[in-house]
Design a protein. Structure first.
Length: 113
């Protein structure tokens, strides 16, 4: 699994029948400690209703791809969660319901230690 940010959407006027009606989102793998993406964009199928700018949990591999709701669709990566907050080693790095990530606060906390 990876943490990623939703960066945009993909619209396909022609696609395989099993993907008709699927929401496709452009995502960027996200480092919650630095608060930055790695610059590599990927496409994931959204089955849970993620939106632009949200931090999400993505999965790939057999177990994720065979989970409920996939119906044997040709999916390489799926959005399986919307992240509310992340904490690493007792330091809060992200909270969804704040206007910014907590990276600045975490950096200040690290300076104290």
């Amino acid at each position: 699994m990876i943490l990623a940010k939703v960066k945009g959407t993909v619209v396909c006027s022609n696609k395989v029948d099993k993907l008709v009606g699927s929401k496709l989102l452009v995502i960027e793998e996200w480092n919650v400690i630095t608060g930055k993406g790695n610059g590599q964009l990927k496409v994931a199928v959204d089955l849970i209703g993620a939106g632009a700018g949200e931090l999400i949990l993505c999965g790939s591999g057999f177990n994720v791809l065979q989970s409920e709701g996939k119906d044997n669709r040709p999916i390489d990566m799926s959005i399986i969660g919307i992240v509310d907050q992340t904490e690493v080693d007792g330091v809060l790095y992200y909270r969804k319901y704040t206007s910014e990530t907590c990276v600045e606060d975490a950096a200040k906390e690290g300076e104290k230690n």
